[in-house]
Design a protein around this ligand. Structure first.
Ligand code: AQP
Length: 336
């Protein structure tokens, strides 16, 4: 049985990196896998959240999933905090995870920065909760952007360590699926930095809720270099901003990067950016319109999340009971 688990944090609005690096791939995968798509709201608590804003963001991420084409009937779509077994398994796994493994996580180092001593424990333990999310459903595949590869490797290590420690074959080792042309979309202001929700500059990213004028403005202001576009992909090396815009164009238009550079060889950035605006608006505008329509009925989003949460909880409860039996925890209704 191949089963997918993946999720996004409801920390501010989703952006083009989330869409091209993950969400768009999920839509294609739902035809081939049993899929569980989660709004990972507990992960969002590693950053400061305003309760009302968080509530809205959880619904908005769920709306983005559905607007992009995720079917909540065919797949399980829910928010993480609805299923308490995520937190419970996270604790159990954290007791099987050496601190040295967590000390290697580059995302913690980047996010904690110079404030390492003040960073919260949740941010440090984030990859263990992520492992619990995946292993709770015995997911075999996890479609993610490139930035999550290290966390996925850790999830595999934790699953393997647990299985070996108890001499069982309980958790499959989850495979990362890093798909498409745009596995790492970079900031529009700095081609060496990942496009991220938490970047201070609104001009660094295109949000999935941006209207056509905003998208055009952000692309026109995107940083470039003084040279025209090159004729080969190799010539994009050492030109991070050009490389990023070409990658975004290729991913949005569905053609390869090589075909994109061939078509725009020698073009000025102003002309290339006009074509990029067209293809970005053409792709995102219908999704944004569907998101807005879904967000007009928040009660219906809540109902769908609840229904998905009940389906997820049923599977989570069965798998967590297996974990408890393996490690020797007593639970109501279990035999001796
Ligand atoms: N820039 C990106 N390029 C490609 N894929 C990306 N993803 C995120 N940014 C890019 C992928 O989107 C999925 C969900 O990510 P997330 O929201 O859970 O957290 P994140 O990776 O930490 O994203 P951000 O935007 O950087 O959020 P903040 O700033 O709040 O931490 C994942 O599959 C991720 O790989």
């Amino acid at each position: 049985m191949n089963r997918i688990f993946s999720g996004m944090q409801p920390t501010r609005q989703l952006h083009l990196g989330n869409y091209l690096g993950a969400l768009r791939n999920w839509v294609a995968l739902q035809d081939r896998y049993e899929c569980i798509f989660c709004v990972v709201d507990l992960h969002a608590l590693t950053q400061n959240q305003e309760p009302e804003v968080l509530r809205n963001n959880i619904r908005e991420v769920a709306a983005a999933y559905m607007a992009a084409g995720i079917d909540p009937e065919r797949n399980i779509l829910f928010n993480q905090s609805y299923v308490p077994q995520h937190s419970e398994l996270s604790w159990i796994l954290s007791c099987h995870t050496p601190i040295g493994w967590l000390n290697r996580m580059t995302q913690f180092k980047e996010k904690a920065g110079k404030q390492r001593e003040m960073a919260n424990l949740g941010l440090y333990a984030y990859p263990v909760l992520m492992a619990a999310d995946i292993l709770l459903y015995k997911a075999t595949h996890v479609p993610v952007g490139e930035d999550q590869k290290q966390h996925l490797e850790l999830a595999r290590d934790i699953a393997g360590a647990f299985n070996r420690h108890y001499g069982v074959d309980l958790f499959p080792l989850p495979e990362p699926q890093i798909l498409g042309e745009a596995t790492r979309v970079m900031s529009l202001r700095d081609g060496t930095k990942k496009m991220s929700k938490s970047d201070e500059s609104e001009y660094s990213r295109i949000n999935m809720t941006d209207d056509a004028d905003t998208i055009a403005q952000k692309i026109r202001k995107a940083k470039t270099d003084p040279e025209p576009l090159p004729g080969t992909v190799e010539d994009l090396e050492k030109r991070p901003e050009a490389d990023n815009l070409v990658t975004i164009y290729a991913a949005l238009s569905g053609e390869s990067r090589a075909a994109t550079v061939e078509r725009f060889a020698g073009a000025r950035f102003s002309d290339f950016k006009s074509s990029l605006v067209d293809v970005a608006v053409e792709t995102l505008a219908p999704i944004t319109a569907r998101m807005n329509a879904l967000m007009a009925d928040k009660g219906e989003i809540d109902r769908l999340l609840r229904a998905g949460g009940e389906r997820a909880a049923a599977m989570a409860e069965t798998h967590l009971a297996e974990v408890k039996d393996v490690i020797g925890l007593l639970r109501p209704g279990a035999g001796s």
